[in-house]
Write a protein that binds this ligand. Sequence first.
Ligand code: GDP
Length: 138
Amino acid sequence: MPSTTFTMIKPDAVQNGHIGAILQQINEAGFRITAMEMTRLSRVEAETFYAVHKERPFFPDLVAYMTSGPIVAAILEKDQAVDDFRKLIGATDPAQAEEGTIRKKYASSIAANAIHGSDSDENAQIEGSFFFGTRQRF
Ligand code: GDP
């Protein structure tokens, strides 16, 4: 049965002109885009989205980076969406990511790592609702 995950194309990948290539790779991997928006996070939104990391030393850098330019947020649907999407994007640090993964191809560094993917079904729901609320989707 199809499940969903949540993604953001992060500011570095948007700035570097990779939106089209990344969305193509996502579609070709069998994900259906059921909601999508290009937007920019406020500081409070970035702090809220990454609240789980607020005690980490990199938190201020993470918030500054995520608010540095536009992002593309989307909800994706597929069987085993969360696990399959984490495989498609690759490891957090692009230097550790497998060949062919989105982070290996498009990320600049562990901080500016091109794309987000939810790490659990529960977080996919929370993150999707954070951006898209309960509006009817296609
Ligand atoms: P993810 O689930 O693979 O995105 O990784 P995490 O949940 O561990 O980290 C969330 C995000 O914080 C990552 O995607 C990076 O953008 C950022 N991040 C993680 N580790 C570091 C770090 O050591 N330094 C900086 N500046 N950012 C980091």
